[in-house]
Ligand binder design. Structure first.
Ligand SMILES: *Cc1c(COP(=O)(O)O)cnc(C)c1O
Length: 361
């Protein structure tokens, strides 16, 4: 057998399906996982779908010490006509490889990633929930497996994909949230790892998230790490402002993560003829526009929620209420269009969706 052919070992011990009305996020995992290995001699090899199981590693394995890891996040959707759809998965491969490059991890071929993912989904297809708003969250990740405490890139890795049926992000309808403007902690700086989906970026945000939660806010507004002036992201989402009919999002500046939802929204707005600009935007500029009553809508964007409207910003003792804490018309239209394309309800004129055909197996 060639070292690139995907082998499949099915479980003899399938799990019970969780209640589709109480899935939550990332709590349940399917019966199988995809794994392939890397070493210097063979490159990425031995792609396989195996029963979902623990990864057992020596305590000196590099993953436990220096955080040389990357991950991705995307979803598979069950369409009304029974198809399984992915949304722009090749963009996730490109981004994974940019993350790999930043973390000195060997890149993965698009074909190896996508064929592994499709085979895994074919095996676990009946785990894709079909209730409105639900989907199958896909978590690809790479970890170093070399046993060594030397501070240097590892010589061996595992690429793994696990699948988790997830519930509707908005079981009670879209709900604008409160956001705490963070002036003390920084998510990422120019030259750091902010543009990569790597573990350390996320735990570095926990302190600020804790502060936000304690003040009753849902998420953190991240400002640039140098001047603490320019808006970068909201929680682990990109951010958009609609001011005076124009949509503005912070330009990719070397510390912002390039979201695929962000990219898709920019392309949609351009298609609709709504002015959209990627540029620097400071919190002071927001405050000025707010005082002049020119701020119409603010929303975060990401795979999990698609669109998450901001209901208010809190900065020190001041609250800035946005659109009277209501979901704006543009936020609604973007949410409906993107989720409509993802689930096959709206015709995909962009060619964004990729069907996972039934396996011939
Ligand atoms: C993943 C992520 C996003 C959103 O990316 P999508 O591809 O739209 O899901 C935005 N910011 C951060 C920090 C992220 O990790």
């Amino acid at each position: 057998m060639s070292k690139r052919e995907i082998t499949v070992v099915r479980t003899t011990n399938g799990k019970a399906r969780p209640d589709p009305n109480h899935l939550g996020f990332g709590k349940y995992f399917t019966d199988h996982m995809f794994v392939m290995d890397y070493d210097r001699e063979n490159g990425w090899h031995s792609p396989r779908v195996i029963p979902y199981q623990p990864i057992t590693l020596d305590p000196a394995t590099m993953v436990f010490h220096y955080g040389q890891t990357v991950f991705e996040g995307l979803k598979a959707y069950h369409s009304q006509d029974g198809r399984t759809l992915l949304f722009r998965p090749e963009k996730n491969v490109e981004r994974l490889n940019r993350s790999c490059s930043r973390l000195n991890i060997p890149e993965v071929e698009e074909e190896a990633f996508l064929s592994g993912l499709k085979t895994l989904i074919q095996v676990d297809r009946d785990w894709i929930p079909t209730t409105e708003g639900t989907s199958l969250y896909i978590r690809p990740f790479i970890l170093p497996t070399e046993t060594n405490l030397r501070v240097a890139p590892a010589s061996s890795y595992k690429f793994v994909i696990i699948l988790s049926p997830v519930g509707s992000y908005y079981p009670e309808g879209i709900n604008p949230v409160g956001i705490n403007v963070e002036k003390q902690y920084t998510r990422a700086v120019l030259g750091g790892t902010g543009t990569a989906k790597t573990a350390g970026n996320y735990c570095a945000g926990y302190k600020a998230q804790q502060k936000a939660s304690e003040s009753g806010a849902a998420q953190v507004l991240w400002l640039d790490g140098i001047e603490k002036k320019y808006i970068e992201e909201v929680g682990s989402m990109n951010i958009f402002f609609k001011i005076d009919g124009e949509v503005v999002t912070p330009q990719l500046n070397g510390s912002i993560l390039e979201g695929i939802t962000r990219m898709s929204i920019i392309e949609l707005l351009q298609e609709w003829g709504i002015p959209v600009t990627e540029r620097k935007i400071s919190f002071d500029e927001f405050v000025k526009a707010y005082q002049e009553e020119r701020v119409e809508e603010v929303f975060g964007t990401g795979t999990a929620a698609v669109i998450s409207p901001v209901g208010e910003f809190r900065y020190q003792d001041t609250k800035y209420l946005i659109n009277n804490r209501q979901t704006g018309d543009l936020s609604k239209k973007l949410y409906e269009t993107i989720t409509g394309i993802q689930t096959g309800k709206i015709y995909d004129e962009f060619g964004w969706t990729v069907e996972v055909k039934s396996s011939g197996m």
